[in-house]
Design a protein around this ligand. Structure first.
Ligand code: SF4
Length: 661
């Protein structure tokens, strides 16, 4: 029995490989107690399909690649990194890497190259809730845990199709529903989650802040806020309420395209439920107004005292180790142990700890800003680790231009769309071939043991960076003999921090940091010790358009299909690329189910086959992850406007036209 964490969604299910090489759920794991969904079942079958066997290099993108050995790869890289200034290089990493990998990469980049030019694909996913949590509670991290599902009686899913995106968690909620719990889903699409809920609110895309403000308005007008909780444990209620008062239910109903009774029902549930858990995901996060949407939801929990034993605002993590990435501080502003480059004490601590100096105090550009800097000629080397920006970033025509222009290093287990633009491809080992830790949505760390030798000449990501560090003369700081040594080093950076894992060893895992409730004593790591309300401002320049395009996930595929797309079983029903449309909208533009259409925006267009679905009138839904092997990536049509606070791009509201082919 070889244990590991599922490499897909952020539920973080504990799995193991049995003696016959089959993936099974680990009954002793607190995230899933033996349950699992379909996706990881086919992982062993795709472990070795389409892999990069050895380093490949071409100076000129018009030439063919030639095979090189690791020594030459390190020489090429060390030479480039010596010649270029720290501002001219950029690293883009992934929430799918192990904690040991990203700790070493972050140390290499921020501590030794002395640049904060690093970002992770969490920018497309968790940057928004991480920002909102910090603003409201003074720290990042989900306040409660999956255990809280088991005695809650009201569940809200907003901007989350958990039934397919976080299926094991959703099954746990359904179990509660059988016991009488009430489930509400808010989404522009009648998703699988909506189908299995007690009540569905079909909201107009982008308007969640208005809806949630209106619920606060109603709660206050009816005297249903928890005044004692607000006074004892929070600050800023009056300002938040002032903003909410702009949206009486009649107003919100028009803006959001929902019934007044929907708003009143939500208020009733927050007021009367015994324990209320709100789950949300990219529908609130990937938005121009994303942090405000998150804060509007958190405001409701604070206004009704819905924390700990009475509820939780629970942001669902998109990736298997995005929480680990947050612990390690892999976004452009972060440092290990939930530290921040903008904080002098944090920088000084890490400098002493790493035996280095000169950590920069200014956050580096985000990945979308880095694309601009590449096109301006200011970033000259981009190193992509374990992610596929040629499919997943918005405004892909512009991204392709940048990938063509920059010296591109792609470090990945698989060939993917991004490697087609590379100068240097480095074969990375993947989960199942290396040891290390991942942290799921509810702060549970799981040790992943290898069940296979590394493919061909591939190496773990931490090893690639450690060996390069040695070539570059960074001394003993990277002389790790094993991933456990890295974990032992990393965990010391968390001592006394909110994510303290300093007393955990590999042998203790799975284990959770922060206890069942992160703020169990209702003391918050803010200057006043109180949680903070924020006015949730609805600032959303929607504009006029024929349709609004919303993007999202496929049921059995994961992200850009690099791994799951290699499984015929998981591909069934997911190709050819489709768009879900309301039949009445289709009737108006003379389109039938099965017709081919072009979705056209200011930025680009993609071809899709029409499927009928229960999508709000005026909206269309297209899965985002299709690589070029299966058609044109959906993100070709996305503009990439970003939330002003989290800099997370809006992938859920693109004005488009639909043209029949
Ligand atoms: Fe993996 Fe998520 Fe399915 Fe669990 S629910 S098995 S973590 S994809």
């Amino acid at each position: 029995m070889i244990p590991f964490q599922c490499p897909y969604c952020g539920v973080g299910c504990g799995l193991y490989l049995d003696e016959r090489g089959r993936v099974r759920g680990d009954r002793s794991h607190p995230a899933n107690f033996g349950d699992l969904c379909k996706k990881p079942l086919y992982f062993p079958g795709v472990l070795r399909k389409g892999r990069v066997p050895r380093p490949l290099f071409r100076e000129d993108k018009g030439s063919d690649f030639r095979e090189i050995d690791w020594e030459e790869a390190y020489l090429i890289l060390s030479e480039k990194l010596r010649v270029l200034s720290p501002d001219e290089v950029y690293f883009y990493v992934s929430g799918q890497l192990l904690t040991e990998d990203i700790y070493v990469i972050n140390k290499f980049v921020k501590g030794f190259l002395k640049t904060n030019n690093i970002d992770a694909n969490s920018r497309l996913c968790m940057a928004t809730p991480a920002t909102a949590y910090r603003m409201a509670f003074g720290s990042d991290g989900v306040p409660c845990t999956y255990e809280d599902v088991d005695d809650a009686d009201v569940f809200l899913f907003i901007g989350s199709n958990a039934a397919i995106s976080h299926p094991v968690l959703f099954k746990r909620v359904l179990k509660r529903r059988k016991g009488g719990a009430f489930v509400v889903t808010i989404d522009p699409v009648r998703t699988e989650t909506a189908e299995m809920s007690d009540h569905f609110i079909q909201i107009r895309a982008g308007t969640d802040t208005v809806l949630l403000n209106s619920v606060l308005y109603v709660l206050h007008r009816r005297g249903q806020v928890d005044t004692e909780f607000i006074e004892r444990y929070t600050e800023g209620f009056e300002e938040a309420l002032k903003e909410a008062e702009k949206f009486p239910p009649e107003v919100a109903s028009r803006v959001c395209g929902v019934g007044v009774e929907d708003i009143l029902l939500l208020a009733d549930l927050f007021a009367e439920g015994r324990k209320v858990i709100s789950f949300w995901c990219q529908g609130l996060n990937q938005s121009l107004n994303g942090v405000m949407k998150n804060l509007a939801l958190i405001n409701l929990h604070l206004a009704t005292g819905r924390l700990n034993g009475r509820g939780c605002p629970f942001s669902l993590t998109g990736q298997p180790n995005a929480m680990g990435g947050r612990e390690v501080g892999y976004l452009s502003h972060g440092l290990p142990g939930y530290r921040d480059v903008r904080n002098r004490e944090d920088r000084e601590f890490m400098e002493r700890f790493w035996g280095t100096s000169g950590i920069r105090g200014d956050p580096g550009p985000t990945i979308t800003e880095a694309v601009d800097l590449i096109l301006e000629g200011r970033i000259k080397l981009l190193w992509v680790v374990g992610t596929n920006p040629a499919v997943s970033l918005p405004d892909l025509n512009r991204v392709e231009e940048a990938l063509e222009k920059v010296f591109l290093v792609v470090q990945d287990p698989y060939f993917n769309d991004t490697s087609a633009f590379a100068n240097l491809i480095l074969p990375a080992s993947q989960l199942g071939e290396k040891k290390g830790v991942m942290t799921g949505s509810d702060r549970t760390l799981t040790l992943c043991e290898p069940f296979s030798v590394p493919f061909s000449e591939s190496k773990p990501d931490w090893k690639i960076f450690s060996e390069l560090a040695e070539v570059m003369g960074f001394g003993k700081a990277f002389s790790y003999g094993s991933p456990e040594e890295i974990f032992e080093e990393f965990k010391k950076t968390t001592e006394g921090r909110i994510c303290d894992i300093s007393n955990l060893h590999y042998s203790d895992l799975p284990a959770r940091w922060g206890g069942r409730w992160l703020y169990g004593d209702l003391r918050f790591p803010t200057p006043s010790g109180r949680a903070r309300f924020h006015p949730a401002v609805f600032d959303f320049p929607a504009g006029e358009s024929e349709f609004v395009l919303i993007t999202g996930r496929l049921k059995n595929q994961w992200h850009t299909m690099t791994r799951t797309g290699k499984s015929p079983e998981l591909l069934k029903g997911e190709v050819p690329p489709f768009v879900l449309m309301n039949p009445e909208d289709c009737g108006e533009i003379g389109v039938e189910e099965g017709d081919r259409v072009r979705i056209v925006s200011k930025r680009g267009s993609v071809e899709r086959v029409v499927r009928f679905g229960n999508v709000k009138r005026g909206h269309i839904f297209a899965p985002f992850g299709y690589p070029r092997e299966f058609g044109e990536p959906t993100n070709l049509v996305l503009t990439g406007r970003v939330d002003p606070f989290s800099k997370e791009p809006d992938l859920k509201f693109e004005p488009v036209k639909v043209v029949k082919i």
